[in-house]
Design a protein around this ligand. Structure first.
Ligand code: GDP
Ligand code: MN
Length: 389
């Protein structure tokens, strides 16, 4: 679960990580008031969206007086901000973070992410700030320091000192960077983070070590033990279809292909997606309806798939174990009553209550092609979609 920069910074402050101060606003007038309240000459207006690269896209602007703050805020609020992480249509800007302007002496990178290979979080540090860390890792790996963190003990002071020296900080700044990095590590471990990235970490002309940006993302499965973080979720920033699906307890992830999939069990869903690829098409989504889904949830799942304009055909592949085939059939029929199914639909049902499920579908009057196996189902839907294209 991602959060906005202003939320990430508030979380980090609790761990003694010094961040660039700011005030969240939603109108140009509030931006002007925030400018005045911050009290300095220089301020920065920063668009709050769940994507990086805002600076290059016009979502981070320096302002020098109250009027300029209001004008910049007016232009930024409501804009579709495009960055390399948003997709071509961009992301609507609804909130701004008006921050104290800092005089920067240098910009660096630090971040913590899970290294799935080592099975522990790793602190990454790079003396170049504002860069794409993936690019550095690929093109100039020696410029990137990687320190594995023991999850039981956290980042150790000697590791923090090593990272600070690697960043080229002098002895005085190292003293400030060490608690900063240890705080970052503590936040990462205690809050079940997936990513905690400070890009850039800056040294100001006044000799302070400050997080100028903060990208925090948390493990959604751990949100039950962090109620305060769970409340930071901003559904406006998420895929609408994924948000709806999560309300019904469905595991749904949007993808780029043309074949909508309705499957029970994550393993079967993966196999179904592979088989669709094998027959020359690509899936429009991953959907595991699980074992305990109700008829209403299945109806909703079907509606979500149909609401996706990319979907040119649907493959339902159910191996009824705990999930009963008749529930799936009823859900499909229920959805067909409220939305018109005008695209090819292939259904493969097997397992618990299969006869009843097949009978319901056969008597429904819906135009359904049934398949006897996963392979046949994938083949049939791919053929139908290719024929229609
Ligand atoms: P991102 O582009 O989405 O990663 O947004 P950042 O928060 O990292 O800001 C982008 C860039 O704006 C930073 O790398 C800085 O160079 C610049 N910037 C942000 N705040 C300040 C500031 O207070 N003073 C100065 N001089 N530059 C700033
Ligand atoms: Mn940044």
């Amino acid at each position: 679960m991602k959060v906005h920069e202003y939320q990430g910074k508030a979380v980090l402050e609790r761990y003694g990580v010094r961040t660039q101060r700011g005030i969240v606003v939603e109108t140009p007038q509030q931006a002007g008031e925030a400018y005045a309240q911050l009290g300095g000459d220089l301020a920065v207006i920063k668009a709050q969206i769940h994507a990086g690269g805002r600076g290059k896209g016009g979502g981070v602007k320096l302002v020098k007086n109250r009027q300029e703050a209001e004008e910049v805020a007016d232009a930024m609020l409501g804009m579709m901000l495009k960055t390399h992480q948003t997709g071509p249509e961009g992301q609507l800007v609804r909130k701004l973070f008006v921050c104290e302007g800092l005089d920067l002496a240098s910009e660096m990178y630090v971040g913590i992410a899970l290294d799935r290979h080592l099975g522990v979080p790793v602190l990454m540090a790079c003396a170049d700030g504002g860069v794409e860390i993936e690019t550095i890792a690929e093109q100039d790996p020696d410029a990137l320091l990687r320190l594995p963190i023991n999850p039981m003990t956290g980042l150790q002071p000697h590791q923090a000192r090593r990272a600070a020296f690697f960043l080229g900080l002098d002895a005085g700044l190292v003293k400030k960077a060490v608690p900063f990095l240890i705080g970052l590590s503590k936040a990462y471990l205690e809050l079940d983070c997936e990513i905690a990235e400070i890009n850039p970490l800056v040294v100001t002309e006044q000799g302070e070590v400050v997080a100028l940006d903060a990208k925090m993302s948390f493990d959604s499965n751990a949100m039950y033990r962090h109620q305060d973080l769970a409340e930071m979720r901003d559904e406006n920033e998420e895929d609408l279809k994924e948000v709806e699906a999560s309300r019904f307890g469905l595991n749904y992830i949007s993808l780029d292909g043309s074949i909508g999939c309705m499957v029970n069990g994550a393993g079967l869903a993966m196999a179904t997606m592979d088989t669709i690829n094998l027959h020359g098409c690509t899936p429009a989504n991953f959907l595991d309806v699980g074992g305990g889904a109700t008829e209403e949830a299945i109806t909703e799942a079907f509606r979500i798939i149909l609401s996706d304009e990319k979907v040119k055909g649907i493959l339902v592949n159910i191996f009824g174990g705990i999930m009963k085939c008749d529930i799936i059939a009823r859900g499909v029929i229920g959805a067909a009553k409220t939305v018109d199914i005008s695209i090819p639909l292939v259904v493969r049902l097997e397992g618990t209550n299969v006869d009843e499920g097949r009978k319901l579908l056969a008597e429904s009057g819906l135009d359904i092609t049934s398949a006897a196996s996963l392979d046949e189902g994938a083949k049939l839907i791919c053929q139908a979609v290719k024929a229609g294209a």
